[in-house]
Design a protein around this ligand. Sequence first.
Ligand SMILES: [Zn+2]
Length: 579
Amino acid sequence: MNPLRALIAKGRRRSLRVYYDEAFRLPISGAEAGPHAMETRRADDAVHYLLRAHALAHRQVINPEPVSYSDLARVHTLEYLDSLLEPATLANVFAVDPSDIYVDEVLRTLRLGVGGTVEAARYAVHKGRVAINAFGGFHHAAPSRGAGFCALNDVAVAVAVLRADGFRGRIGVLDFDFHPPDGTAECLGRDPSVWLGSVSGADWGALPGVDETLLGEGTGDAEYLEAVEKLLGRMPPLEFAFVLAGADVLTGDRLGQFRLSLPGVRARDLLVSRKLGLLPQVWLPAGGYSSHAWKVLAGVGLTLAFDTDAPIPSDYDPLVSRMTGISRTLTSSSLGSEPFLSEADVADALGLPRHGPPKLLDFYTAEGLEYGLERYRLLPMLRRLGFRNVRVVIDRVAPLDRARVMGTDALTGLEWPLIELEVERRRLGSGTFLFVNWLSLRNPRAHFSNLRPQLPGQEVPGLGLAREMTQILTLMAKRLMLEGVAFRPSWFHMAWAARHDARFVDPQRQGRFEALVRDVSKVSLLEATRAIAAGHVALNGQPYAWEPDEMVRWRDEDDIPDDAAQIAAAREHSHFTLT
Ligand SMILES: [Zn+2]
């Protein structure tokens, strides 16, 4: 039995509430693109894992109300709150182009996040309990400005609300994000009833009112944990605490420069949790810009519920798990297929023209696809990106079936295709695959900019939903009992994005591709794909043109051909140079 299951079986569970909403995911299509990429699925991933691992029961997950403007005004100036209605203000905070901000929905996410911290704090203080808010810790936001992905200071707003409720006890804010709590210091640094403690790795100058420990770049687990322990030793007696369990201290983070391991960060959170003991407390995720950031938040849940640093399985993919779980609840009849012989089969057998609604791959009706995409939360996200009347249209572009998701821009009233998919069943080698001839995810509201550079072949920026769409195609192949998904990457960056779970069918071609990935790794993906598209690459000294051959993602690993030696030989014989 794994250590977590053993703890759950023993029933040693501390009561814990987790404040969470599906709308915690920021509706910004370019949030994960460009140099300041964020991890927008962190709350979804962590809460899903905790529920699936039975570390958390559904009744412990609470949907917060959005914070009121009158509560925000306890901390933020009216002039600043007013400016948040301009897309440029939020675009600046989230380092995206203003065209990527649909103000109503982005503000809804932010107000839900602050509302979560406020409700969690009230619950913890008034009931003497422990809570997590899965989207909070916006410590760079000051009364009259936002910065660094922080528009509203949730901790300062929650402190003001607790004081208005009549709570007079001393409050601690323990900030373990990689970056210093400059906004929180500006909001609360002069309040003698609040103690601010921080261990950070970036020198932003003196922060008045903060007990700050500054560590150097490259700090490892031992030195970091020692600094945390010393800070906890200096902490005065408290009656309530916020803990910002920042995940941007993890090694490999895009914006943090420590070299902490995941077990090191989990040890930090166990240390802090044990020190705080039964004190009413609220934990917040704060920053985290690596693909492992969700594990820190999920780990906080395990630590608070079971007083453990039991590991999270390293191969667990919350997105795959979440979507596979949804797929199991979708019946084939809800997606459009009829059991046994379909009407189309009968018509074909009798040589009669087909009638009835057109179907994708003789299986999915437009109605059924719409239902499925709603359940997979793609259509709700398209609405949150600012599209109305979102609907699915199915037709044929012979010999392929085509499905399009259409949507009307809420601001201009123009209807656009947002998702276009052209597919067929195709035989490749020994198996039949779901062949994707064309897939495009388009956000016609968003513009390219330095923050979101145009890739070869892109007409408009994407929707930020490529990972979900990839998983949906894999699940479609499974439902249709096909061997996997096949496609022809028209550009290097498409093959690059698929390289971990797909490969070229031809081992020679796969070897050349691996050599290309190896040889262009010194430049950015953007530079590489642009150079390859422009023909500025040579293979063994000869001009090289990108080869859009078939790539395959097999459903069953046993079906992957055993041709590693051929791949390696082709890889070793191929040497690419940028010209
Ligand atoms: Zn940070």
